[in-house]
Structures are given as structure tokens and as C-alpha cells.
Design a protein around this ligand. Structure first.
Ligand code: CO
Length: 136
């Protein structure tokens, strides 16, 4: 069902400074930028092998990433796994009694379809499923 780690989502207070670190010091290619108003973030995606690092800076004081930053400071926010069929994956997890944040997929970065599982159902880790858009 899950076939790769798609990305690590990292909450940052200063997107440009953090992009510069990942790109210039760690040598990752910056491949995408997007503002996601529904999630209250400005995001940047960098490639590492077949996986990505997703940097998330809050747009305002509302939203999950803003609350995470206020409570815990910058750091690892969620872990995302790639799936071929997110509808089937959610149905299977729901049938297994797993607590879901998203009962249905929503639109994520780069036109992907994403859904979050509740951290209490995943060992304390906020977990995201990602079905990439076809062209990715
Ligand atoms: Co993510």
C-alpha cells in the first residue's frame, strides 16, 4: 500500500533562510514553490533522491503549522508516504479502525492528492499519504 517515503514535512519560521540551507549547504535541488492557502502555508519542495523535503512556513498565526511552530518551534512536522491509490489506502485504513484527520483526500502540493492520519493512530507521528499527480 505504502511504497516510498514521499517527503518529510518541516515547519520553518523563515522559508528563504531554510531553503538556502537545504539548497546551498545540503545541495538539494529546489524543484517547486507553492502557496497553499487552505493549509495556511507557503511551501518549498526540494529533491533528495526519489524523495523530497517539504518546507512549510505559516502564512499567518492560524492553521496547524503556525500552532506547531508556536508550541514547539521549527522542526519535523509530518512524514509523508507515497501511495498508488489513496482512495483504496484510506478505505483500508478506515476499515482497520485507524483514526483519520481526512476522511477524503484533499489537494496537496503540485496537484497531488493527500490525506492526513491522526498522530495518535501512528505512534505520535503526524502521517500523510500522498498520491502524486500523474505528471510527477
Ligand atoms: Co506534506
Amino acid at each position: 500500500m505504502l511504497h516510498a517515503i514521499d517527503h518529510a514535512g518541516i515547519a520553518v519560521a523563515d522559508l528563504e533562510a531554510t531553503v538556502a540551507f537545504y539548497r546551498d549547504v545540503l545541495g538539494m535541488a529546489l524543484v517547486h514553490r507553492e502557496t497553499l492557502p487552505a493549509q495556511g502555508v507557503r511551501a518549498a519542495l526540494l529533491d533528495v533522491g526519489e524523495s523530497h523535503v517539504e518546507l512549510l512556513e505559516p502564512l499567518d498565526a492560524e492553521g496547524g503549522v503556525a500552532r506547531f511552530l508556536a508550541r514547539r518551534g521549527p522542526g519535523l512536522h509530518h512524514l509523508a508516504y507515497r501511495v498508488h491509490d489513496i482512495d483504496a489506502a484510506l478505505a483500508s485504513l478506515s476499515a482497520a479502525g485507524m483514526r483519520l484527520i481526512d476522511e477524503r483526500p484533499r489537494t496537496g502540493i503540485r496537484g497531488s492528492r493527500v490525506a492526513f492520519l491522526h498522530p495518535s493512530a501512528a505512534g505520535g507521528v503526524l502521517t500523510e499519504l500522498v498520491q502524486p499527480a500523474e505528471h510527477n
